[in-house]
Every structure is written in C-alpha cells, then in structure tokens.
Design a protein around this ligand. Structure first.
Ligand SMILES: [Ca+2]
Length: 254
C-alpha cells in the first residue's frame, strides 16, 4: 500500500512538473507574441513615417509644380501685355536715359514732357506738359527758340555703345493751332556727345501735310536701323511754328 501511495505521489509530482513546464512554455511563448506585436507596431510606425514622408514629398512636388505653373502664367501674361500694349517696352534702351535739347530758348507754355519716361499721351488738345515742343518763329530772337529756322534736335545718351535696330518717335499734329507733323526727323549716331561728330543713319517717315492735313492726331513715326553707337541724335525740320513730341524709343538688337 505504501508502495502504491509512493507511486501515486511520484505521478502527482511528475504531473506538477509537467504542468509547470507547460506554463513555462506558454510563458516563454508570450514574449514572442509581444515581440511580434511590437514588430507590427514598429512596422506601422515605419509605414506612417514613410507615408508622411511621401506626403511631404508629394506636397513639395505639388508646390514646385504650382510655383512653376505660376511663373509660366506670369511670363505669359507679361508677353501678352507687351503684345497688346501701345508701347513696347522690351529692348527699349532709351527708357529712362538722359538727353539734351538744342537751343537755349523755351517755347511758350509748359511743354516740358519727359521724352524717355515711357509716357506717350495722345491728347493733342492738351496745351501743357503732355507734350514737349520744338518752337520756331520767323521774327523772334533765335536765342529764345529751341528750333531756330525750324531746326532742332534731341541727343540721347544710352550710357554705352549698343547695337541698334529701331527708332520710334511719338508726335502730335494739330494744324489749326500751328502744330504740324514735321517735314522730317533724321536719326544720327555717334560715340561722342560732340554735336559735330554725328553721322547720318536714316530718315524717319512722317505723315506729310497730305496725310495729316488739319487733322488732330497723335502717332508713332518709326524706322528700322542697323547701326551701333552710344549717342543717338533725333534731328527735326519743323513744318511751321510747332513740332510736338512726347516720347522717343530706341531698340537694341535683342
Ligand atoms: Ca514721355
């Protein structure tokens, strides 16, 4: 009987040992599971980071695209504006440049329009600084005129020698008031400001009396040229008392 009890006790002990081993197995498997969960979490985190990075990259790419698109649109708008505007500004190397005028006299009134400021008003009924006037008079003291005997000039300093392709002059005509389109404008060129150093380049076609007549109008007189120089002289031969201009444009080879 004692032997049987001992065997039973032994079986019990072995069972306990086995159960304990089973617990250990379970216990030892749990960290693996946790490790697996942690790995999953790590994977999720990695996925999120990757996703965020991708989103940021995508966002940056979108921003760049948007920026490029805006730049293109802006460029197109600038092109359209220059194509549709009455004054073409691209390549006008006379813009903002200093100039000198012939003669010491000043015409009556305040005809003091700036000739290189980009403003070319076309109101020929305006007797004021909307226009600059060359003034000629048969009996007035020539020292009081800026175009004695109808001859005057503007010399524009381009700052440095440039290759030139076109000259435009905005002028007005209002014959009933003695404001006439001139007989001619000439373009002359020099690398010096000395008045006697200029060489003839081209005549600028103007509306003659048959075209302009008694009309009140403003228009651009222009000529294509192919020369180079730093100083450009626009000389005028007036057709009557007044010649009105208010802007001169000179284009380079761009
Ligand atoms: Ca002007």
């Amino acid at each position: 009987m004692k032997k049987l009890s001992f065997i039973l006790a032994l079986v019990l002990v072995l069972s306990c040992v086995l159960v304990a081993c089973g617990d250990e197995t379970e216990a030892s498997s749990t960290p693996e599971t946790e490790s697996s969960v942690a790995a999953d979490a790590s994977s999720e985190a990695a996925t999120e980071e990757s996703s965020e990075a991708a989103t940021e990259e995508s966002s940056e790419a979108a921003t760049e695209e948007s920026s490029e698109a805006a730049t293109e649109e802006s460029s197109e708008a600038a092109t359209e504006e220059s194509e549709t505007g009455t004054i073409v500004t691209g390549g006008n190397v006379a813009a903002g440049r200093p100039y000198t005028i012939s003669g010491n006299g000043k015409p009556g009134g305040s005809y003091t329009a700036n000739l290189t400021d980009g403003v070319a008003g076309d109101d020929v009924s305006a007797y004021n600084d909307t226009w600059f006037a060359f003034y000629s008079h048969p009996t007035m003291d020539p020292s009081n005129l800026n175009a004695p005997e109808g001859k005057g000039y503007v010399i524009i300093d381009l700052g440095e020698k440039k290759d030139l392709t076109k000259v435009r002059i905005h002028c007005g005509n209002q014959a009933p008031s003695g404001v006439n389109s001139p007989l001619w404008f000439d373009v002359k060129i020099s690398d010096s400001a000395d008045v006697d150093s200029f060489e003839y380049v081209a005549e600028v076609p103007v509306k003659d009396s048959a075209e302009a007549g008694n009309a009140t109008l403003a228009y651009w007189a222009e000529v294509d040229i192919n020369t180079s120089g730093r100083y450009v002289m626009i000389s005028v031969q007036a057709n009557g008392t007044w010649t009105w201009i208010n802007e001169i444009e000179i284009y380079d080879a761009q």
